[in-house]
Design a protein around this ligand. Structure first.
Ligand code: C2E
Ligand code: CA
Ligand code: CA
Length: 589
């Protein structure tokens, strides 16, 4: 679902970015630690050393003799022999006003004082001062290096921060704001202005397929196109951003809801014009959830969550572009989530059952076929009808799994009936639009036919008119391949799409299923004309016509009289379980 799409939008860049940042951070941290340890060490050593220097005079003399004298020794002169041995010291116990206050001399009697080298206290002091100066210079140089290192670290850190900021605040695909930045801005606008706002969450229907079929770059082109459209419509004190995959979030001012809807509808309309911009001909339909923000109990994440929930409620419904949040809708979405939570386990547990609705020849009233319709029986909930779950499965893609499951179970039933020696009439199974994007679907269906050793003439495939229309560019090849296997293709819900007559011309189908809405109009003079015209037109194109949802005798007789080929509807039979179907409809040879 959404999380997969997310992956499909250039995931690599994000990951690489993160790794770079982490390595960068690690380098800076280790460098800082090393510099900090060195600094502590140098400062420690230097303070100890300076203290030491204050206490001791290190006296270096020409002949290399080194003597250490303490401060309080009050030495002013030292007498050394040629080998550097101390032969005497001239001590001044106290010096007052530069005058010697007391003198004490000690000499080695054998030593000639003229041969000695004398170091004065001034020289000692000068030497000490030089040493301290050299040392201070050394510390200064080190501190200079240290300061430069700190500046470099600071610059690196800043660069890192900017990079982080870019990743956090700039959207990679569009170059616009990131989702995080949007949240900050939206929060500020909501809290700091007097405007009322709606939070709008929108995404592109079937975006996954644009990526799958045309590639990620095409997907990104579409995202940038939508981004630009929103950017053009956004006003002052509003904000928006591309979120992950094909999702966008918008904060629009709410002066009056009609104006919001007008703007949203224009956006959806402009988005659809996309198909004229590029050669590839596909639709860009938007699903949009609108949540009017109540400032009193507001949190940005909750607002986004509710707008998203609202959007989910219309996912897969082609007739609806947008929905506005209300409590009823919240309940419905929660119910859909429950369905979503149960679906996979239910498929494993074989809770989905095939029901068969027979089709009858209009002239002889003999059963000539059946449609397989799914029913979901859950032990706790009981029977669940397609209207409660098909839209959920269509929006999350699970419908393709269900279709395959139904196809397999129909084949299984047919195999059983054939083995029991029954006369089996073709059963049509529904094929959802999503199945067409599964590149292996034809292969998989063929494998199932082989597994049960069923000829394709027993199983027909129903594709809705809308599916056939939306997928025109990939359809010819698929239909040719299905025909070559021996499948017959039905155009389901004929008459409900945008361009029904063109469909007759362009799509190579074998059987037309006239939608119930036309059958309902039988009895009305104009309705009668439309139905009989469609039936004749279809037959002129060499198609068989099946009328769906036939409920009354009048409808049946009218259809029979205009030579509609087959009748499916409650008038003859509701969908029934496979056991009942086996009993009633499949004659023993
Ligand atoms: P559909 O393919 O157009 O199926 C015909 C629907 O009309 C069925 O509803 C059927 O029970 C109902 N119907 C048939 N005759 C009459 C009648 O005389 N009067 C009235 N009022 N209704 C009639 P159902 O079984 O509830 O299925 C609804 C839709 O769910 C189907 O419409 C189809 O689009 C979808 N569906 C059902 N099973 C599957 C499946 O296995 N795969 C897929 N992809 N879709 C399925
Ligand atoms: Ca159908
Ligand atoms: Ca139908």
């Amino acid at each position: 679902m959404c999380n997969n799409w997310e992956k499909q939008c250039c995931p690599k860049h994000h990951i690489e970015g993160e790794i770079d940042l982490k390595t960068g951070n690690r380098k800076i941290v280790s460098l800082t630690i090393v510099v900090a340890v060195l600094t502590i060490f140098v400062l420690g050593v230097s303070s100890i050393y300076i203290k030491y220097l204050n206490q001791h005079y290190r006296v270096e003399v020409e002949n290399g003799y080194v003597e250490e004298l303490k401060n309080d020794d009050r030495v002013s002169k030292i007498y050394l022999d040629e080998d550097g041995n101390v032969v005497g010291t001239y001590r001044i116990p106290a010096i007052k006003d530069n005058k010697v206050a007391g003198v004490f001399l000690s000499f080695d009697a054998s030593f000639d004082i003229e041969d000695s080298i004398i170091i004065t206290r001034e020289e000692i002091n000068a030497e000490t001062n030089r040493t301290i100066f050299r040392f201070k210079m050394m510390v200064a140089v080190f501190l200079g290096v240290y300061a430069i290192t700190i500046i470099i670290i600071f610059i690196m850190q800043r660069k890192n921060d900017i990079k982080m900021e870019q990743i956090a605040y700039v959207d990679e695909i569009t170059g616009g704001k990131s989702f995080e930045k949007f949240k900050l801005e939206a929060d500020k606008l909501i809290k700091e202005t007097d405007n009322n706002y709606v939070l709008v969450d929108l995404d592109i229907d079937k975006f996954k397929y644009i990526n799958d079929i045309f590639g990620y770059e095409e997907g990104n082109v579409v995202i940038r196109f939508i981004w630009k459209l929103i950017d053009d419509m956004i006003e002052e004190e509003e904000t928006f951003a591309h979120h992950r995959a094909d999702q966008f979030v918008l904060l629009l001012k709410l002066d009056d809801m009609d104006r919001v809807i007008e703007r949203i509808e224009k956006l959806a309309d402009d988005a659809n014009k996309k198909k004229n911009i590029y050669e590839k001909n596909y639709e860009i339909d938007l699903s949009i959830g609108i949540y009017p923000i109540d400032k009193r109990y507001y949190q940005i994440d909750t607002a986004i969550g509710r707008a998203r929930l609202t959007k989910k409620s219309i996912k897969g419904q082609h007739s609806k572009i947008y929905a506005i949040y209300d409590e009823e809708l919240r309940q419905k979405v929660l119910q859909d989530q429950e369905v979503e939570n149960l679906m996979e386990k239910s498929l494993e547990n074989q809770e989905f059952k095939v029901y068969y609705q027979p089709k009858f020849a209009s002239d002889t009233c003999e059963p000539v076929g059946a449609e397989a319709l799914v029913r979901w029986y859950n032990d706790e909930i009981g029977m669940i009808y397609p209207s409660e779950f098909i839209h959920v499965f269509e929006s999350n893609g699970f419908i393709a799994d269900l279709d395959k499951y139904m196809f397999e179970h129909v084949c299984m039933d047919i195999r059983k009936w054939l083995d029991e020696g029954c006369t089996v009439v073709p059963v049509s199974v529904n094929l959802s639009q999503q199945q067409l994007y599964n590149k292996r679907f034809i292969e998989e269906y063929k494998e199932i036919l082989n597994k049960y050793d069923i000829s394709a003439e027993y199983v027909q495939l129903e594709l809705t008119e809308t599916t056939l229309f939306s997928e025109a560019n990939i359809l010819d090849e698929i239909i040719d391949e299905l025909h070559s296997i021996g499948f017959k293709i039905l155009m389901d819900d004929f008459g409900t799409g945008y361009s029904s007559l063109n469909m007759l011309k362009n799509v190579d189908v074998d059987i037309l299923k006239l939608d119930k809405s036309f059958v309902d109009d039988i009895g009305d003079p104009k309705g009668d004309i439309i139905v009989s015209t469609i039936v004749s037109l279809g037959q002129l194109f060499n198609m068989k016509i099946v009328a769906e949802g036939v409920e009354t005798k009048e409808q049946y007789e009218f259809l029979r009289d205009i030579f509609c080929d087959e009748i499916q509807g409650y008038y003859f039979s509701k969908p029934i379980s496979s056991e009942e179907y086996r009993e009633k409809m499949v004659k023993i040879q």
